[in-house]
Ligand binder design. Sequence first.
Ligand code: GLN
Length: 250
Amino acid sequence: MTPILRICHLYPEMMNIYGDRGNIITLAQRCRWRGWDVEVSGISVGETIEPDYYDLYFMGGGQDREQMLVCEDLRSKKAQAIHQAVELKACFLTICGGYQLFGKYFITYTGEELPGIEVFDAWTVGGEKRFIGNVVAQAITTDGTTRTLVGFENHSGRTYLGPGSAPLARVKVGYGNNGEDGFEGCRYGNAFGTYLHGSLLPKNPWLADELILLALKRRYKLEELPPLDDTLELLAQRAAVRRSRMRRKR
Ligand code: GLN
């Protein structure tokens, strides 16, 4: 049976900055290169979700203002289905503003409290200084393989993780979750959160494939993905690492 990756893109017109939509394009293209089908559904304010339909959920970043607009809808119209989908082991990628709203709460720099949907044991508090620039991080892997993550961050929120969420990576250049503990992003089951825009997945093909595999292996007998030629993607990653050295020197 030819796999179909069913992607649910949450609030595509409101939560999409610094090229976050490029993550959807990357996921879709990497499936198509393998001869697989992809279906992308944009789900926005007022709409509900069928929790066992989608394999992969994506929510991008946004300014505090956009987050305020989607926060109530996320809680009232979607949180229950999202929690079911998490338990059904669907895959999630949430970026920056989306990541923050998947935590317990986000208190903005101006003091507004946005309650989150508590997929992640994490909370966020806005700070005066924005964390802006290129990031290089080393993913924390269970089998000891070295996996580099590159991206671009721009956030005032500082995110702290409780024991129920594991950090995704250790920051080598940049601030990551909060600029204090050296961690970047988080993971709970198959749900991932990160501050990295860029967009993230075109320059980090290993993560794109990990997400695709996690998303599809529930419904198809897949232990690994057929490899692709990632020469260009890895050149882009190396260029991003080189560029990040300029940030370190400042
Ligand atoms: N508004 C949030 C913050 O500033 C998220 C920003 C973003 O998604 N880039 O922390």
